[in-house]
Design a protein. Structure first.
Lengths: 112, 112
């Protein structure tokens, strides 16, 4: 039973446009959410996170939005750049010291 | 400079032949994790060490064992690999259980 769902296996976006990656979760006890980015032949690297007490967190071109009532979060990348082509994993945890539950990932292709 | 190193990057073993995967870190982090990621699936936590304390996930098969002889090194032992154990194995570290996890590049295991 997947607690963190990324329903889009892949997404293609034109360079310079906005990329929106979506994630849904089922466990209402989750209170901390993370996005990891993974390039081929490398391990996932932490990108951005958000606590459940917030609904938005911004870091440069990356913004994560959290809608607790819908149990939904999204990662916005604007403007999208070629180096953003990667697999993005949504993840969630409870109390931050519980294990991290990952989604299956969404592969983002930035088109020239 | 590599911070979390996994060796080998690719490992081929035979059905039932024990195999050991290695992870080392230069970050002096307290926590080390082992994840299994099968194709197009989410990374799944197998177990983790907080310092010398071993924490096994309830659904991790007994076939999987781990050792952490010192702060820097952690090993994943698969006693009798089956075809279903073919996967990418990711090692990660964090300074504390609430801190960001840093992943290694992974070891891809193939079972013949």
């Amino acid at each position: 039973d997947q607690q963190v769902k990324q329903n889009s296996p892949s997404l293609s976006v034109q360079e310079g446009r906005i990329s929106i990656l979506n994630c849904d979760y089922t466990n209402s006890m989750f209170d901390y959410f993370l996005w990891y980015k993974k390039y081929p032949a490398e391990g996932p690297t932490f990108l951005i996170s958000i606590s459940s007490i917030k609904d938005k967190n911004e870091d440069g071109r990356f913004t994560v939005f959290l809608n607790k009532s819908a149990k939904h979060l999204s990662l916005h990348i604007v403007p999208s750049q070629p180096g953003d082509s990667a697999v993005y994993f949504c993840a969630a945890t409870r109390n931050r010291d519980d294990k991290i539950i990952f989604g299956k990932g969404t592969r983002l292709h930035i088109l020239p | 400079d590599a911070m979390v190193i996994q060796n080998p990057r690719y490992q081929v073993t035979q059905f039932g032949k024990p195999v050991t995967l290695s992870c080392s870190q230069t970050l002096n982090h307290n926590v080390m994790y082992w994840y299994q990621q099968k194709s197009s699936q989410a990374p799944k936590l197998l177990f983790h060490y907080y310092d010398k304390d071993f924490n096994n996930e309830a659904d991790t098969p007994d076939n999987f064992q781990s050792r952490r002889p010192n702060t820097s090194f952690c090993f994943l032992d698969i006693r009798s690999p089956g075809l279903g154990d073919a996967a990418m194995y990711l090692c990660a570290t964090s300074r504390d259980s609430r801190e960001t996890q840093y992943f290694g590049p992974g070891t891809r295991l193939l079972v013949l």
